[in-house]
Design a protein around this ligand. Structure first.
Ligand code: ADP
Ligand code: MG
Length: 335
């Protein structure tokens, strides 16, 4: 496997209003060639700054960035074999769609016939073969998104950087574009580095995910590893729903000082053999399942996702909770 992008102890410190902001703090990262890698984290956790440093729009305060083995830390954006799709697409409003897509080829002095043909190929690839003569304002949000993608791909970058590219789209369209983007990445075989704050998006699209928290990468893992075995409480809570148990209640229920149980691994059952007993405090309907909030006699409240096809106790009724020993994921105790 060859590494497409490597970050070695990369930090970025901003100074604003006399204060020091450590936007990215000692990031170590290796994205493989052909990999769909996602930077996931809450707003302000350093994802965009990290992506901008890879693209060359922000220079690291310290550390090294390599792209396909070459140190690009001090290179300007245009000299790097990467391209970026920004959240607002940044299309030129007065130019036709074809010219927008062909723009960087024009800047490089490629002749009109060649660059138009190439732009038309790219438009066909993003399934917009007939919009070349229109202006950006005459397209829907989803179409503009695809044009931005075509434009970013025309110079055949080896790495494509995408900063919350689906953020402006409504849910249905976003889900459709998630599938399309993933398919496109697979077809092209280039690396995508994709930024999102949406854990569902990250889990469903990525080969691997790096979870950001306050400028630090807390864990790098596949979606399944992140979900089943989060390394920290932050990851457990940020990715998926989680019962986080701490202290005496945790010891009594799980035998650990700190542990996590996913709600879908908790079942309703009979009183004998139940691992926790309690009363339903809240029941929320999700279509495929009910999410019950159960106040346990041991102390902690537990979320249990139970199939909507079976019978479900009402609020105020007793609930007997069961789970397999493997459902318990121990965590490091909180400091
Ligand atoms: P994210 O993309 O995860 O929301 P950002 O990388 O945009 O996070 O920001 C990380 C932190 O760095 C935030 O605290 C943000 O306010 C700060 N920051 C980002 N860009 C600048 C800048 N140009 N000047 C000062 N602070 C910045
Ligand atoms: Mg951002």
């Amino acid at each position: 496997m060859t590494s497409a992008v490597t970050l070695q102890q990369v930090s970025c410190v901003f100074h604003s209003g006399g204060k020091e902001v450590r936007a990215v703090d000692g990031a170590d990262l290796e994205v493989q060639a052909g990999e769909f890698f996602t930077l996931l984290g809450p707003s302000g956790s350093g994802k965009t700054t990290c992506l901008r440093m890879i693209g060359g729009f922000t220079l690291p305060t310290s550390g090294r960035i390599l792209i396909h083995g070459e140190d690009v830390s001090q290179q300007p954006p245009y000299a790097r074999p990467v391209n970026t799709v920004f959240q607002d697409y940044a299309l030129f409003p007065h130019m036709s769609i074809l010219d927008n897509v062909a723009y960087s080829q024009m800047v490089r002095g490629v002749d009109r016939a060649t660059r138009d043909r190439r732009a038309q190929e790219l438009l066909a690839m993003v399934r917009l073969p007939d919009v070349g003569q229109r202006k950006p304002a005459q397209l829907s949000g989803g179409q503009r998104q695809r044009v931005a993608l075509a434009r970013a791909l025309i110079n055949q970058p080896r790495v494509l950087l995408l900063d919350e590219p689906l953020g402006a789209l409504d849910l249905k369209l976003r889900e459709q574009m998630q599938v399309e983007l993933k398919n496109l990445q697979r077809e092209l075989g280039i690396s995508f580095i994709f930024v999102t704050h949406d854990q569902h998006e990250a889990l469903s699209m990525s080969d691997r995910i790096g979870v950001f928290n306050k400028g630090r990468i807390e864990q790098i893992a596949t979606p399944a590893q992140l979900y089943r075995a989060p390394a920290t409480r932050f990851v457990a809570e940020f990715v998926g729903a989680a019962n986080l148990l701490e202290g005496a209640g945790a010891r009594q229920l799980t035998g650990h000082a700190s542990a996590m149980i996913r709600p879908e691994l908790i079942r309703l059952g009979d009183a004998p053999g139940a691992r926790a007993r309690g009363t339903v405090a809240e029941a929320q309907y999700f279509g495929a399942f009910w999410r019950l909030r159960v106040a346990s006699q041991a102390g902690p409240e537990l979320l249990a996702d139970v199939p909507a096809t079976g019978s479900v106790p009402a609020v105020g009724q007793p609930a007997h909770l069961h789970w397999d020993a493997e459902a318990v994921h121990p965590l490091e105790a909180a400091a």
